[in-house]
Design a protein around this ligand. Structure first.
Ligand SMILES: *[C@@H]1O[C@H](CO)[C@@H](O)[C@H](O)[C@H]1NC(C)=O
Ligand SMILES: *[C@@H]1O[C@H](CO)[C@@H](O)[C@H](O)[C@H]1NC(C)=O
Length: 245
């Protein structure tokens, strides 16, 4: 008899980088992978720069189309599942049904965390030099911006706005093999460059994970379906973007 060890079923690797703020889902696969079984594989969305931050948002899962891998109606008792998820259920990021906003704003909503009309967080260092004289060593010095303080402050605020990278949140339908089926994902807006001159773009620099259920159907050595069940998995969500190379 094959002993199925819970901790081997799905391996979700969160790799922390540099300052520890970057985290991403590296892979979600069946560790007890059998040659005949269909492994759970992700494919990457968008461009393929090899930077780790490009691994978020989570890649779309290539699912086995067979309905054998779907949870039966009897296993889709929302009340029971809601109770089983317990405190991990986060209504801000999870939806059992399609959220209304996902109907009207399928492309997501831009969320700028503001404080006193400025993007929240520390002001980027380079902004403090905006308007100051421009020096090239001792050889040359170009004058600073000859405008009043109020205007200078306005220009700095504008620059801060211009280079700020808000998170765009959009609801995603994960399908019935996940519970809850809807998750609010973060994306970094990339419709324009965030730098002057252009060149840099908004990339994920922060993420959090949420725990949800995955209907998991392991296969044995002979490729036969074993008992399916709900297991917990970690789903990463981008919560912060920054302007970078
Ligand atoms: C969402 O994006 C698509 C393609 O980028 C666009 O065609 C569509 O009009 C957008 N929908 C809304 C409601 O903004
Ligand atoms: C910066 O953006 C905020 C909205 O996040 C806006 O209210 C404010 O007027 C902008 N400031 C400038 C100087 O563009």
């Amino acid at each position: 008899m094959i002993v199925v060890r819970m901790n081997l079923l799905i391996l979700v690797t969160l790799i922390k980088l540099g300052e520890g703020t970057h985290a991403f889902l590296d892979l979600l696969k069946e560790a007890e992978y059998e040659p005949n079984s269909e492994p759970i594989t992700f494919h990457r969305r968008g461009t393929s720069r090899p930077a780790p931050s490009d691994k978020l948002p989570v890649l779309d899962l290539i699912e086995n189309p067979s309905s054998m891998f779907d949870p039966p109606e009897s296993e889709l008792n929302h009340r029971k599942l809601r109770k089983a998820l317990g405190r991990d259920f986060d209504s801000e990021y999870m939806g059992i049904g399609r959220p209304i906003i996902a109907v009207f704003q399928p492309n997501g909503t831009v969320t700028v965390k503001k404080r006193k009309g400025r993007p929240k967080g520390r002001r980027p260092d380079y902004i403090q030099n905006v308007g100051k004289p421009i020096r090239y060593g001792n050889q040359m010095r170009l004058p600073g911006l000859n405008v009043n303080r109020r205007t200078k402050r306005k220009i700095k605020k504008y620059m801060w706005n211009y280079t700020h990278c808000p998170v765009v949140y959009a609801w995603k339908d994960l399908g019935i093999r996940f519970w809850p089926q809807w998750i609010k994902e973060g994306h970094c807006y990339n419709g324009r460059s965030c730098s002057i001159p252009p060149g840099m773009s908004c990339r994920p620099t922060g993420s959090e994970t949420r725990t949800i259920f995955r209907w998991h159907c392991p296969l044995n050595k002979k490729g036969q379906l074993m008992k399916c069940k709900w297991i917990r998995i970690q789903y990463p969500i981008i919560t912060e973007c920054s302007c970078s190379c």
